[in-house]
Each structure stands twice: as structure tokens, then as C-alpha cells.
Design a protein around this ligand. Structure first.
Ligand code: GKR
Ligand code: MG
Length: 416
């Protein structure tokens, strides 16, 4: 029994390359931040976790690391409760506390799986599919990060995408490289009519393949209603056109297609009002803040009860997160849509040993090795940690970075 106790939680902040992807807040910086967790047990078993970066959440993970020492790794409910209790006095938002507890829960499950010799999907009730479908995540983007403060420009092999033709070309590349069979466009960047044109161009280029558009609350209720009508028959769902449960409920009244969210329903207490007001029809779950993989499985059951369809949200991430997303998606019977992933944009810098996770035919095969089934590349972890230290970057600032090139740029939500 003592060998299953937690000896240490090693928390390592990292930075990895990210292209200039545009969104309603500005543009992605050349580096994205994450945190890698290594949960070390008394017997030397190590469970892995990955979470979003930034100094605030990093400090919370350090606080969590102190709280979990000596606890039994199979007692993951108690482990997350202990972390929650430590954060509660200073972090009132359950959504915010969820970012910390979730990352540690995943590391617990990875360690449990390794001890038992079983994949994490087995610990979640077993997989109902052997491969998980993902959508191509399209972004308007610049051809390169412009030269800045003596740093040379940073290009990539995706090229520019600033109009419908550029988006269709990016979608073709995504399909060619990874075989995606559904497409999501991150909108909220250009005036709505331009984004409507991009979706129509995608529909023409990829007939019959599911499409979705996510402007990250860049629109008013009126604009959202207009776009929804214009895109009738084109979208499988429209994601977060406008802010708040109330706003989404207004749009939903007249929307010809389902509305989805990863913005107005991000904690358990948001579910009741959203269901009561019929604000959303598709919930984009994310194990990184809903409490981990078991809680995500439970969330899927709640969605089933209230006839909410289920899809999955993503943020810039690496392979430990992709493995966790794949295991939980494999164990959810009512996964109704392909999952989002940023992985093609960031995978070149991955922190895991290559070979297990492959995006092929628009799917990732569920790893069958013990735990998450992925192995940490320690040399790469060290390199990415050095990059974090040397960069001096301590948080994501898409708006500030945009202003370096367009000083008049203003963060305005809704913008249209
Ligand atoms: O990477 O720019 C981005 C996305 O906008 C991301 O930050 C969102 O969290 O992809 C996400 C979404 O679906 O809202
Ligand atoms: Mg979204």
C-alpha cells in the first residue's frame, strides 16, 4: 500500500513554438506556455499530466504539489478535494480551481494505469471506440511572425490564410497531412460577411463534410442571429457566437442550427441555468478544467440526461494532453462530434517520445499501453523548460502581441 503513496509532484513550466494564429483577442505569440506534471510515487512510478501555462496557474500547481504528498494515488477524489480545499480561500471560481485539480487527476490516473498495467480508458469504463475522430482546426493566420526587437521573422509550412481562398487552402493541407473529415474555423477575426464567405467556400470545397465556426463571442445577439440564418444548412453547429448564457439563449430561439459552447458553460453550476434557458445544444467539454477524466465522463452522462450533444474543446497543447483527450473521448459513448485539437500547430515541439500518437485519417488511435500510454522525452522537457526560462514570458497576451504590429488594435467584444 505504501508504494502507491505520492512522494512528489514535479511541476515544470515549458514554452513551445506556436504560429501567428488570429482570433477575436488578437494573435498567438511565437511561444505558447504549458506546464508538465510528473507525479512520483513511493515505488518510483511516475504519472504524467499537462496543463495550461502562465504564472498564476503555475503557482497554484506548486501549491497543489505541497498538498498531495503522502496521499494514496488511488484516492484521486480525496487528492483533488485536498487541492480544492487549499485553493478555495484565494480562488473563488470553481472553474479556475478546476484547472489545477484536473491536471493532477490525470497524473493520478496515468500512475494508476501504470501500476495496474491497464490503459487509462479502461479505468474510465473501457473504450467504446478504438480511434477518436478529430476536426481540422483552421485559423486565419499570417504567413509568419514578423521580425521584432532584433529577432528574425519566424515562418512555417502552413502559409498565409486571410481570406476564403487561404482558408480553403489551409483546410486542404490539413486534410492532406492528417486526413481530417470535419473542419472548424476560428472566426471573430474579420467582419462576419467575410467569415460567412469562408464557410461557404469550405462547404463547396468539402461537400458533405461537417463544418463549424467559432468567433469566440465577437458578435452581438443581432449579428449572431444574422450569421446563423446566412449559414443555415452549412454548419453542423455554431460555437459561442455571443457572450453569456442569456445572450446564447436569445440567439438559440431563432437559430436554424445547434449552438455550442466552451465559454458560457465552463463549470458545474453553469449547467442548470443553461439547460433551463435552452441556451446551448452542444457542450464542448474539456477535461483540463471540468475536474479531470472521470468528471468528464460524468459530465457526458449529465449531457445525455439533458439531451445536450457532446463535443470537445482544445487549446494549444502537446501530446500528454492529446493522450488524455483521446482516452476520455474513447470512453464516452455519447461523443456526438469530432473533437477539437490544436495539435497540428504545435506537435513539432512535442514533449513525448514519438510513435504512439498519430493523427491519421482524421483520427487518433487510442493508446493501449499502461496509463496514458505515452512516455516523457526528458531531454526535450529540459529544452522546453529552458526556453520558458529564457523567454521571460509568464502569460498569454494575444492582444498585447497584436498591438506590437497594429498599435491601434483594440480588444472589443462584441466587435460586430
Ligand atoms: O487558440 O486562439 C485559440 C482559441 O481561440 C482558443 O484559445 C480557444 O480556447 O480554441 C478555443 C475555443 O474553442 O474557444
Ligand atoms: Mg470555442
Amino acid at each position: 500500500m505504501s508504494s502507491t503513496r505520492i512522494r512528489e509532484l514535479i511541476v515544470t513550466p515549458i514554452a513551445f513554438g506556436d504560429p501567428p494564429l488570429l482570433n477575436s483577442n488578437g494573435v498567438h505569440e511565437p511561444l505558447a506556455l504549458r506546464v508538465i506534471l510528473q507525479l512520483v510515487l513511493e515505488d518510483g512510478t511516475v504519472g504524467l499530466g499537462e496543463s495550461t501555462g502562465g504564472i498564476v496557474r503555475l503557482e497554484r500547481l506548486h501549491a497543489a504539489a505541497k498538498a498531495v504528498v503522502g496521499m494514496d494515488v488511488f484516492d484521486s477524489t480525496a487528492v483533488t478535494a485536498a487541492i480544492d480545499a487549499v485553493l478555495l480561500p484565494t480562488v473563488p471560481s470553481s472553474h479556475e480551481r478546476g484547472w489545477t485539480t484536473s491536471a493532477v487527476e490525470v497524473a493520478c490516473l496515468d500512475a494508476q494505469g501504470k501500476l495496474l498495467g491497464r490503459p487509462v480508458s479502461d479505468l474510465l469504463g473501457g473504450r467504446v471506440r478504438d480511434a477518436v475522430p478529430f476536426a481540422a482546426y483552421l485559423f486565419y493566420k499570417w504567413a509568419e511572425h514578423p521580425a521584432l526587437d532584433g529577432r528574425a521573422a519566424i515562418g512555417d509550412d502552413w502559409g498565409e490564410a486571410l481570406d476564403p481562398a487561404g482558408i480553403v487552402e489551409q483546410a486542404r493541407l490539413m486534410q492532406e497531412r492528417y486526413g481530417f473529415r470535419s473542419f472548424k474555423l476560428k472566426g471573430g477575426v474579420f467582419p462576419p460577411d467575410e467569415e460567412i464567405a469562408a464557410m461557404r467556400a469550405l462547404a463547396q470545397a468539402f461537400p458533405g463534410q461537417p463544418l463549424r465556426l467559432d468567433p469566440n463571442v465577437a458578435w452581438t445577439v443581432e449579428t449572431s442571429t444574422y450569421v446563423a440564418r446566412e449559414l443555415e444548412g452549412v454548419l453542423e453547429y455554431l460555437e459561442d457566437p455571443t457572450k453569456t448564457i442569456e445572450g446564447m439563449a436569445e440567439v438559440a430561439k431563432d437559430s436554424p442550427m445547434p449552438l455550442a459552447t466552451n465559454m458560457c458553460v465552463v463549470a458545474w453550476e453553469h449547467l442548470k441555468p443553461a439547460v433551463e434557458r435552452h441556451a446551448v445544444q452542444v457542450l464542448l467539454t474539456d477535461h483540463h478544467y471540468w475536474g479531470g477524466l472521470r468528471r468528464t465522463r460524468e459530465l457526458a452522462a449529465v449531457c445525455e440526461a439533458f439531451e445536450l450533444a457532446l463535443s470537445m474543446h482544445s487549446n494549444s497543447h502537446l501530446g500528454i494532453s492529446l493522450a488524455a483527450m483521446t482516452h476520455v473521448a474513447a470512453a464516452i459513448p455519447n461523443l456526438d462530434h469530432s473533437c477539437d485539437t490544436h495539435y497540428p500547430w504545435n506537435s513539432a515541439d512535442d514533449v513525448i517520445v514519438p510513435g504512439v500518437l498519430e493523427l491519421r485519417d482524421g483520427e487518433v488511435k487510442v493508446p493501449t499501453g499502461p496509463g496514458l500510454g505515452v512516455e516523457l522525452d526528458h531531454a526535450q522537457l529540459e529544452r522546453l523548460h529552458r526556453r520558458y526560462v529564457d523567454s521571460g514570458m509568464r502569460g498569454r497576451d494575444d492582444t498585447g502581441y497584436m498591438r506590437r504590429f497594429q498599435p491601434e488594435y483594440e480588444l472589443k467584444l462584441p466587435r460586430w
